[in-house]
Design a protein around this ligand. Structure first.
Ligand code: NDP
Length: 448
């Protein structure tokens, strides 16, 4: 078997069969490009069509979501759920509400999720969903009616042993509450484990809100430790100012680093004193306002609507906003300014060209499927607590999260070393380690 030709053929077929889905092609290319050494050692995976099956979702759902706005006007959005792979457990992955959401984006996210979830070592398969609904500027009542309509269709596909969504961009505790309420009403079941990211008071896990951001920082810390560095005294830039970004910044500060800049879709903010997270949380989580409000409240800070947050010199960068937000030029600027490490809090925020710049410069680079796995890992901990009707303390949950992130980091390095000879190649390590776990399970379960 010519492994390279096989991978190339699968890649060509993925692009042919899924026209116009640029982000899905990008995510599939990144994984497939890494798998040559794994398939050379395990040709049986090529012979049993594992790659072809991995690249084709088990099930893809698209549905109409009609709802009525505050003016009484009927609105129609599109809902998605891609149930990609259940070899390791129920489909698990968040819901994204953002106007840019389309099938290709949901498939890229679902595909990434398969390998990420495998890396955590937990019993969760990969899936993702969402809608092109934009919650920005909508009243709580409008968001509730949208969520109720969305769940009215989606509920028939969910279940704690079947498919378990969580939050993502545009879906936080408020949306999870409305979605859960409608699921409970329709099914007449208080099935706590059907959604994760619930508030702590009624079935949520401590540390789930913080988990993705905290986990990304733990991962970055592990990467820095391999070079004898830590966060103490380091300048850090975080992109975004949502769930992942805010809690990544909080953990950086706890470890003695200083987050000097963050952003949102309207621009970026620099505060040389270190971002005041109470103020930022109030603006983004309570007032749901733009990041420029921070500079209005704190005159020593500077807001810029032009340029990018990556122009701000830093030693660690944590891109935590959205896909393809950090391009080649941003990577060149970061390297020129002396960046030591990048850990992706978001999914695929760095373009392939940017990753190449980091690789050539010898900068430590932690891909999202490893670095941001703490969120889904803690979701799996939430499912465990729901199944046993238990609730663990913040400290206990956080220490389990930290252990998972150390485990993901170690797996990346040992797999990269074993399959490529360079332990610093986290992209290779994450892709191969995730792939092997899923491929083993798929093989054992037969051709399905
Ligand atoms: P949120 O909706 O809480 O925050 C998203 C943030 O990114 C907002 O500040 C938003 O700004 C900003 N943003 C969105 N698009 C752009 C853009 N084009 N340019 C600059 N900023 C932008 O989402 P999350 O924090 O939950 O998710 C962020 C990323 O992390 C996503 O890639 C998500 O898939 C990934 N992720 C999230 C997990 C989680 O547990 N939440 C788990 C693993 C990965 P604005 O307010 O202006 O829209």
């Amino acid at each position: 078997m010519n492994v390279r030709a096989h991978i190339e053929a699968v890649h060509t077929e993925v692009c042919r069969r899924n026209p116009g889905e640029a982000e899905f092609h990008q995510a599939a290319t990144e994984v497939l490009d890494s798998l040559t050494p794994a398939l050379e050692r395990h040709p049986e995976y090529a012979e049993t069509g594992i790659l072809e099956r991995l690249c084709e979702p088990e099930r893809q759902l698209m549905f109409r979501v009609p709802w009525v706005d505050d003016q009484g006007k009927v609105r129609v959005n599109r809902g998605f759920r891609v149930e990609f792979n259940s070899a390791l457990g129920p489909y698990k992955g968040g819901l994204r509400f953002h106007p840019s959401v389309n099938l290709g984006i949901v498939k890229f996210l679902g595909f990434e999720q398969i390998f990420k979830n495998a890396l955590t070592g937990m019993a969760i398969g990969g899936g993702k969903g969402g809608s092109d609904f934009d919650p920005k500027g909508r009243s709580d009542g409008e968001v509730m009616r949208f969520c109720q309509s969305f769940m009215t269709e989606l509920h028939r596909h969910l279940g704690e042993h079947t498919d378990v969504p969580a939050g993502d961009i545009g879906v936080g505790g408020r949306e999870i509450g409305y979605l859960f309420g409608q699921y409970k009403r329709i099914t007449n079941r208080y099935e706590s484990g059907v959604l994760t990211g619930k508030p702590v008071g009624w079935g949520g896990s401590h540390a789930r809100t913080e988990a993705t951001g905290y986990g990304a920082v733990y991962f970055a810390q592990e990467m820095l430790t391999t070079r004898g560095y830590g966060f103490e005294g380091r300048r850090v830039v975080v992109s975004g100012s949502g769930n992942v970004a805010v809690y990544a910044a909080e953990k950086v500060h706890a470890l003695g680093g200083r987050v000097v800049a963050c952003s949102d879709s309207s621009g970026y903010l620099v505060d040389e004193d270190g971002i005041d997270l109470e103020l930022l949380k109030d603006i983004k989580e309570v007032r749901r306002a733009r990041i420029s409000a921070y500079a209005e409240a704190k005159p020593t800070a500077r807001f810029s609507a032009r340029g990018t947050v990556y122009d701000v010199p830093c030693e660690v960068a944590l891109p935590s906003a959205t896909q393809n937000e950090l391009g080649r030029e941003d990577a060149v600027a970061l390297v020129k300014n002396g960046v030591l490490a990048i850990a992706e809090g978001a999914n695929m925020p760095c373009t392939p060209e940017a990753v190449e710049v980091f690789r050539e410069a010898g900068v430590l680079f932690g891909p999202g499927k490893a670095a941001n796995a703490g969120g889904v890992a803690t979701s799996a901990l939430e499912m465990q607590q729901n199944a046993s009707r238990d609730s663990w303390s913040f400290e206990e949950t956080e220490s389990r999260l930290a252990a998972v992130m150390r485990g993901v980091h170690t797996q990346c390095r040992t797999t990269a070393e074993a399959y490529g000879g360079n332990a610093d190649d986290y992209v290779l390590g994450a892709n191969v380690a995730g792939f092997l776990r899923v491929a083993d399970a798929m093989t054992a379960q037969g051709v399905i």
